[in-house]
Design a protein around this ligand. Structure first.
Ligand SMILES: Nc1ncnc2c1ncn2[C@@H]1O[C@H](COP(=O)(O)OP(=O)(O)OP(=O)(O)O)[C@@H](O)[C@H]1O
Ligand SMILES: [Mg+2]
Length: 504
């Protein structure tokens, strides 16, 4: 019997006396993709942070190729061939791809001057070889800043392989990727497997797990529920393991669109040179409209421009028939537009503040008018959102938001916007990192708001989400609208095809 590449035994971890991991095992073989699954707050990120030396375990043991190991910090894990692939760019956006690949290990010119002179030609050559290794088409001279999210991840992966990584950890690597980009990443993952690299893969998109993983480990409330080969599980059985009971696949029930509904938001001929062009569309009161485009099609810039977070060159924006001159976010707010940006870091959470305070922030005026700021009212109000969206945290609502799991932070962001008193709500990636169960709670809330007359504009990379929650879908390709589908006529193929400029 061969020794597994990695074995974690009986891992325990508590934060402030709250147990977030109890007696958790995990094993991984060479050349294997293991999916790590569980609801928001189940302990997935904590477990891999322990593996990576970010957190220290309270008790338990970690073996690498049969040898006990102890990682005091991420550098120790890296020295042992373990590498985390992050979504965000962590360093050096101005370096070229080639420089980033060989940072700390730059090829030197031969001879006595080698101490001082970097062999740029050699470096570019080496970078080409490295990129070819995984069959990716990226110019080594591009600066990291100009790469798409998936390209950056791939550069990080190649870098890891060059540093002889045996084990890669990907914590929700596809959260902002559309299907073709996910496919590109998966191709790279398959090639890694052939080279014997092992991968721990965390995702809330179940369909991906069936495509890429060989085994799955499910956690629930910090405990190990099961580890199984993918051939022995179904989406329904996985969900049941995650939540601890059977849940029915709930269909989103979109209310019939009222033809006479007022136009809440109208965009006419909006243009930003080189980014988007000739954009005209309407969103009616009570309607949920999604814009779907592949990475870099301009959808993010477009929604930012409508809110005023970015400048557009020409065109006009109307809210309930009135033209609004939107130049800065303050203008967007005054026009009655709410906006959840894509960038997690600026999503409007005060990380050091408690969950309760964060949930009260946008609405505190209402609360204080009601009852000159009764703490009791504030608590009830926060509790109602915690219940509605299933926000979970170790330690209750007084815990700083910083300590919430990724998906639970996302729910707090949304709760704040869902109750903001706006006429038009723009949401970028509304369910980023949110687990399957909580997703349908969020969809319920969106439908309820739409039924009350709110106009909702969504940008999402998740095609299933777009198909199920939208009355209408607009596709964007290279900055231009290419097609429009209503709920009944839209299908994954049609939407993807239009988003790829009709050439898929
Ligand atoms: N540094 C910390 N201090 C206090 N509590 C923490 C800390 N890190 C995580 N937690 C708590 O540990 C629990 C598990 O969080 P973790 O981030 O591991 O969840 P997760 O499974 O990755 O969830 P998600 O799918 O939302 O990312 C949560 O209750 C979280 O609030
Ligand atoms: Mg997490």
């Amino acid at each position: 019997m061969s020794v597994p590449l990695l074995e974690m035994r009986a891992i325990h971890k508590a934060f402030y006396g709250v147990k977030v991991l109890q007696d958790v095992p995990l094993t991984l073989d060479r050349g294997e993709v293991l999916a790590l699954l569980g609801e928001n707050g189940a302990g997935k990120s904590t477990l891999i942070k322990i593996l990576n030396g970010d957190y220290q375990l309270d008790s338990g043991q970690i073996f690498l190729e049969g040898q006990p190991v102890y990682f005091k910090e991420p550098r120790d894990a890296e020295a042992n061939g373990i590498k985390m692939i992050y979504q965000e760019l962590h360093y050096a956006p101005d370096l070229s791809v080639a420089e980033n690949l060989f940072i700390g290990n730059l090829p030197r010119v031969a001879g006595p001057l080698g101490r001082f002179l970097i062999d740029w030609k050699q470096m570019r050559q080496d970078a080409k070889v490295a990129l070819a290794l995984l069959n990716v088409d990226i110019d080594p001279d591009t600066s990291m800043r100009d790469l798409t999210v998936v390209e950056r991840q791939i550069v990080e992966i190649i870098k890891a392989i060059y540093a002889d990584a045996k084990l890669l950890v990907m914590d929700e690597p596809t959260a902002a990727l559309t299907p073709p980009e996910v496919e590109m990443l998966f191709d790279v993952v398959r090639r890694l497997r052939e080279k014997g690299v092992a991968i721990i893969y965390i995702s809330h998109r179940l369909d991906e797990i069936f495509q890429i993983a060989q085994r799955v480990t499910v956690l629930r409330d910090g405990r190990h529920v099961a580890t199984k080969p993918m051939s022995e599980v179904s989406p329904a059985s996985l969900v049941e393991m995650m939540v601890g009971r059977e849940i029915e696949a709930r269909q989103v029930e979109l209310a019939e669109q009222n033809d006479s509904a007022e136009v809440a938001l109208e965009i006419r001929q909006l243009r930003k040179a080189g980014v988007f062009e000739d954009i005209s569309f309407k969103v009616h009161s009570g309607e949920i409209v999604s814009i779907f485009g592949l990475l870099g099609s301009g959808q993010i810039s477009l929604t930012r421009s409508i809110f005023g977070a970015e400048r557009y060159d020409s065109g006009s924006i109307f809210v309930y028939g009135q033209e609004k001159h939107i130049r800065k976010p303050q203008d967007g707010k005054q026009a009655g537009i709410g906006f959840v940006p894509i960038d997690r870091k600026v999503r409007g959470l005060v990380l050091g503040m408690s969950v309760r305070k964060n949930l009260t922030l946008s609405n505190w005026k209402n609360l204080s008018r009601l009852s000159f700021f009764l703490p009791q009212t504030e608590r009830q109000h926060s509790q109602s959102w915690i219940d509605a969206l299933g926000i979970r945290m170790a330690g209750g609502m007084e815990v700083p938001v910083r300590f919430l799991s990724g998906g639970n932070q996302q729910k707090v962001v949304l709760a704040r916007w869902l109750e903001a008193n706006v006429k038009v709500l723009i949401l970028n990636e509304p369910t980023w990192g949110v687990d399957v169960g909580a997703r349908s709670d969020i969809y319920d809330q969106l439908e309820m708001l739409a039924e009350k007359g709110l106009a909702i504009l969504v940008v999402s990379s998740d095609i299933q989400e777009v198909l199920s929650i939208s009355h209408r879908i607009l596709t964007l390709y290279k900055g231009r609208l290419t097609a429009e589908f209503n709920h009944t006529e839209a299908s994954q193929d049609k939407v993807l095809n239009a988003a790829a400029g009709g050439v898929l």
